[in-house]
Design a protein around this ligand. Sequence first.
Ligand SMILES: Cc1ncc(COP(=O)(O)O)c(C=O)c1O
Length: 388
Amino acid sequence: MKFAARMAEIAPFHVMELMAKAQALESHGQDIVHMEVGEPDFPTPAPVIEAAQRFVATGDVHYTNALGIPRLREAIAAWYENRYGVSVPPDRIAVTAGASGALLLALGILIDPGDEVLLSDPGYPCNRHFVRAFEGRAHPLPVTAGTAYQPTPEQVASAWTPRTRALLVATPANPTGRLLTLPQLAALRQAVRERGGVLLVDEIYHGLTYGFDAETALALGDDVFVINSFSKYFGMTGWRLGWLVVPTDCVRQVEKLAQNLYISPPTPAQHAALAAFRPETIALLEERRSQFAARRDLLLPGLVALGFEVKAAPQGAFYIYADSSRLASDSQVLADHLVAQAGVAATPGLDFGSFGPERHMRFAYTVALDRIEEGLSRMRRFFGADRR
Ligand SMILES: Cc1ncc(COP(=O)(O)O)c(C=O)c1O
């Protein structure tokens, strides 16, 4: 079979392959502590399940408007008003198939073949493949602990070319858990605007910040594209639902593309998500948030005591991006050994870009405190730290 040239540049999700290895070991009876996948371990909140059951029982499960049901778009607008004090008209909000769908729509309406998009490296791996799928070119901006793993306006200025269309950032970011403050976002927006480009901000980990709330880039004005999702804070990964907020003059383009790409976002999930903003759901999610904070506060010092270096402590999401170079020269080999010999699955840096991946690993604290304890004690034995 002859495949499209782009397929040679679409890399597999290495974490999935590591997960397959872990599952193979589990099928032979080995217990694995899973810290590799970016998926909360909590079940879907009960009010969301009940809303889905009530809706599905009506049997009235049909396509919806490509931009989503009006009630959900209004509920998301109300969320911005109540949680952030920011007014966003519902008609600028497109409900999508996860943040993944939102990223595809945003890039799809902006990118011509050969256009460049600036992305953080390390960063969320799918982004560069989304850009490639639309025949664009992902331009990585290497980010270090020195700038809290976020790009700066100076980097934007020096990387910008006549073909650059956009800068895509995430706050909190995957894999580093680092944020951009509103003034930092404003400075990036300014750098992009001066050059006639577009700022896209992925806020999928909003709600999962510990000790404070993140500010939305929508507070800066109506020219910023904002991506969000029900997957992480709302604990609804498998429901495949997210949203995209776009400038008013982009709505029609987003609508046309959504109609053609997937007709409409999943209908049962949209009705279920109406219950996601209810006070009892939010109370439950806030309780989970404090559990995530406790997990981070256990795992972070635990990793450091093992010899991992965490140069900019994560402020949000549920990841720790750790420098493993004092423990091993190649993080992929280390990840393989950890899963096979210690029964601990964590993601090697390779998934997140090409800037020092062999020196880094990502640990997800998406498992309970006792499992984190267990993972740490297995790693202590593996590294011989018990004997030190
Ligand atoms: C930064 C970031 N953006 C987008 C996504 C996609 O999420 P979903 O499509 O489940 O909403 C993820 C998933 O891990 C992510 O980490």
